[in-house]
Design a protein around this ligand. Structure first.
Ligand code: FMN
Length: 195
């Protein structure tokens, strides 16, 4: 069964909730969803966490990337960009890039912001850059997913998003949920076609 890696960072759990919904869509479409997170970064600029987190999803390894047939990458928005913890992990993938291990595989993206116009699209678009260098095929969301037109919360054609609100306490809306599951199904469909 083709494997789709759902790779995310989340500090307060919103991006993680999207990751789980995307994974549900991946599995409903008939692929295996492998959910992995990355450790936070410290001012020492070196990863100091233990290899296995005390709770929650396992940390991603380079092997997870090499072995996946498709990839979904998520991060909370930080000043209109991805979080440093995820960027730190991606910056450690030079060997995978040189070996072309991700080339020709599909990839898609998701994010969460506290303000509705606080940079969802800029985060999603800028997250694509490293994976275009890796030779991956970017997969967004089409407007045939009609929640994209009707949503009053998150959801973009560049990938699903969540609006967590100024107090960071909004639940995933029905539109966001539908789009996250749809995005999981879509990346799984292309993974099956390309694997
Ligand atoms: C350092 C920092 C920068 C942030 N920058 C933005 C931003 O540019 N736009 C925005 O809307 N929210 C911003 N936020 C809020 C988070 O993106 C938001 O709370 C998000 O939903 C958290 O996701 P998580 O629960 O997965 O950690 C920022 C938060 C932090 C800590």
């Amino acid at each position: 069964m083709p494997k789709v890696l759902v790779l995310y960072y989340s500090q307060s759990g919103h991006t993680q909730k999207l990751a789980k919904l995307i994974a549900r869509g991946i599995e409903e479409q008939g692929c295996e969803a492998v959910i992995r997170t990355v450790p936070g970064v410290s001012p020492k600029n070196e990863a100091v966490d233990s290899a296995i987190p005390e709770s929650g999803d396992l940390y991603a390894t380079k092997l997870d990337l090499i072995e996946c047939d498709g990839l979904v990458v998520g991060s909370p928005t930080r000043f209109g960009n991805m979080a440093a913890a995820l960027k730190y992990f991606i910056d450690g993938t030079s060997e995978i890039w040189m070996g072309g291990k991700l080339a020709d595989k599909p990839v898609s993206f998701f994010t969460s912001t506290s303000s509705l116009h606080g940079g969802q699209e800029s985060t999603l678009l800028s997250m694509m850059n490293p994976f275009l260098h890796h030779g991956m095929l970017v997969c967004g969301l089409p407007y045939s997913e009609t929640e994209l037109i009707h949503t009053e919360s998150g959801g973009t054609p560049y990938g699903v998003s969540h609006w967590s609100g100024k107090d960071n306490d909004k639940s995933i809306s029905d539109s966001e949920k539908a789009l996250a599951i749809a995005q999981g199904k879509r990346i799984a469909k292309f993974t099956q076609l390309l694997a």
